[in-house]
Write a protein that binds this ligand. Structure first.
Ligand code: PEP
Ligand code: MN
Length: 337
């Protein structure tokens, strides 16, 4: 349940409420809003007597929260969360563009892409060094060499770096190079990995599993939050449906729904969501119109030669045009780019 404090509740009254809840063996999560403070209670399975808490000084009322996710829910944290990563704010009024190749392939490929997406307005460079590939015979990524190239691209451009980490043991290594750790769709329910990134001192981009419900995604988010990492970004990247013309079906519903259910920033990946570069631009516009806080887009200087996901990658000039085409949409929904 949540405890809604009176607007004029004192800090001593707050402290009493927190102490009482902890005494009952529950965890407390305090969210200070502009008007009033909300105290979220994560129970221990035993029934809690709300009347007892409602009788305490400074308490206005209690509201039961029936959803299984708590820390991720907007009930617990009514204001939007803004995740700040080395000076870049994600989830505020300004949209965040993340772009780069599916996989880091070479220094030339990465630097050319990084410079181009930076010039076009991206704040974050994406690129996989460890790639989860369907076939063991496909390019698996450059590994640590790829991470070093990403760090070099950050040095040269000032872009932040987001890159995937696939297993818990690799989190310390990837975290030494990355500004944001990406948990991929195939790993959304890898609970050992969620636990480890939850303890890492790095923001996380959690991608929706291709067969996951929104609730399963928010429960995965809950794992990360409950291990102490509150710098979390959710990413809708499409789900598998019966449609075969597209690689996935981007669930546009997920954008406003996640914003309703959760306070976390929502990033959309129209590249994996469609699997077709021709669809990336219109679906990006739809995502911004639906309330996305940012986009993550695959860009490659020579998509026809890409070692992974060339068919869904934009050339740099198209990415720049896409950013321009988003401006009026952003403005129409009260956002800036
Ligand atoms: C990727 O970002 O290149 C990727 C593998 O994404 P996903 O996990 O969404 O398939
Ligand atoms: Mn990809």
């Amino acid at each position: 349940m949540i405890v809604i404090m009176k607007p004029n509740a004192t800090s001593a009254q707050m402290a009493n409420v927190v102490a009482r809840i902890e005494q009952l063996g529950c965890q407390v999560h305090v969210s200070e809003g502009q008007e009033r403070t909300i105290v979220g209670i994560i129970g221990n399975g035993r029934p809690l007597d709300n009347k007892q808490i409602e009788r305490m000084d400074g308490v206005e009322r209690t509201v039961p929260i029936l959803r299984p996710f708590k820390l991720a829910s907007r009930d617990f944290h009514p204001q939007d969360t803004v995740v700040t990563v080395n000076g870049v704010s994600i989830g505020g009024q300004q949209l965040t563009m993340m772009a780069g190749p599916c996989a880091v392939e070479s220094r030339d490929q990465l630097m050319e892409t990084a410079r181009a997406v930076k010039k076009a307005g991206a704040k974050v460079l994406r690129g996989g060094a460890f790639k989860p590939r369907t076939s063991p015979y496909s390019f698996q990524g450059l590994g640590e060499e790829g991470l070093r190239l990403l760090a070099e691209a950050r040095e040269q451009t000032g872009l932040l770096v987001v890159t995937e980490v696939m297993e818990p043991q690799m989190v310390p290594l990837v975290a030494t190079y990355a500004d944001i750790l990406q948990v991929g769709a195939r790993n959304m329910q890898n609970y050992a990995l969620l636990h480890t990134v939850g303890e890492a001192q790095r923001p996380v981009l959690l991608k929706r599993g291709m067969m996951s419900t929104i609730e399963e995604m928010l429960m995965a988010a809950e794992y990360i939050l409950s291990h102490g990492n509150d710098r979390l970004l959710l990413c809708e990247r499409g789900i598998r449906t019966f449609e075969t013309y597209t690689r996935n079906t981007l669930d546009i519903n997920a954008v406003p729904l996640l914003k309703q259910l959760s306070h976390l920033p929502v990033i959309v990946d129209p590249s994996h969501g469609t699997g077709k570069w021709e669809l990336v631009e219109p679906v990006s516009r739809a995502s911004v119109a639906a309330g996305a806080d940012g986009l993550i887009i695959e860009v490659h200087p020579h998509p026809e030669e890409a070692l992974s996901d060339g068919v869904q990658s934009l050339k740099p000039a198209r990415f720049a045009a896409l950013v321009q085409s988003l401006r009026p949409v952003a403005e129409a929904v009260g956002r800036t780019l």
